[in-house]
Design a protein around this ligand. Sequence first.
Ligand SMILES: Nc1ncnc2c1ncn2[C@@H]1O[C@H](COP(=O)(O)OP(=O)(O)O)[C@@H](O)[C@H]1O
Ligand SMILES: [Mg+2]
Length: 375
Amino acid sequence: MPGKEKAPANAQWPIAAHFLGLAASAGVLSMGVSIMAPRVIRESIWADTLLGLAVLSVLCAAALWCSRRLKLPLRDLAVAAGDVIKGHLDARVPARQCPQELAKLSAEFNEMMEKLQKTQAELQAAKTHLEERVAARTTELAASNKELETFAYSVSHDLRAPVRLVHSFAELLAREAGRLSAQGQGSLRSIRTEAQRMNEMIDALLEMSRLAGAPLAVARVNLSAMADEIARSLPLTGVERQVELVIQPGLQTFGDERLLREVLQNLLGNAWKFTRHQSRARIEFGATKLDGEHAFFVRDNGAGFDMTGAARLFTPFQRFHTATEFEGVGVGLATVRRILERHGGRIWAKSEPGRGATFYFTLGEPAPGQSARSP
Ligand SMILES: Nc1ncnc2c1ncn2[C@@H]1O[C@H](COP(=O)(O)OP(=O)(O)O)[C@@H](O)[C@H]1O
Ligand SMILES: [Mg+2]
């Protein structure tokens, strides 16, 4: 073509020219080889590329298939474990085609859950059975307690008359005491004192039965105001001592006002009695939190007692001090315990001989709809 210079053959076919050059220099290569080489190479490159792509696709598909075979059972396992954590013990891993190890893992998970569910069902059945037995025993105990109370009440009631008679005859005899020997007069004094004491014990027992059996009239009670009132009825100054009374204000609760008054009267009365020998007595009524539990307390710095067997103090006629040291019949704390138990609460003490005593007590939770007490 005029004006257009034909490019040299080695510019159009650089690779062929290169081979040609090599052949020429070797003097052995024919012209046919130099024309065929570019096509063969091109086709070979295409073929290799296509083959490569095909192999790559197959590998990708295989990898996808493998990852699916691993992923799905693992996801099932994770879902089932999540359900178990939420409390669904009936969660199981569904069966599916997967590698042997994963299938075994799923089967073992299912077996474990089967056993767990069975154990839980057995535990639940045992718990229900135990609850039924406890409820039955509680009913039985309540019935026999009631029976015992009735018995104690009727015995105390029946003893009252003969004891009064003994006391009256002793009084009559005392009018003729002049005719008795000194020893006889001493015996007569003992008969009168003991008959009087027996009388007091019977009265205390009857009072305890009466209070323990009375129906509860629950209302809001201001314990601080009540303690204040009781304290004011105690003679705070004596010939040889002074009593400091510390009452935490604003302590309220729900309960039977009459019975709770009995509780405070007994506890403050005891504190008053057992601080008798202190020249500077201190009696405190307050509230505190012990091991997360709200408790009221009455504390004093009086005679105190040894804590060994202190639980006995809450049963009738148990005393740690003699009647000559401190008067009393030993029914007060038993009455207090009964009243508090009827309110769903309890009482306990902490003391050391000569270092005062603290009586802690709780009351049950307020009925729904009533605001909490504020110790
Ligand atoms: N604040 C106290 N300090 C020391 N001892 C106490 C106190 N309160 C109770 N006690 C002991 O518990 C016993 C039983 O108390 P209680 O039942 O009230 O009977 P009482 O007051 O008639 O003796 C008392 O006799 C005493 O030994
Ligand atoms: Mg008492």
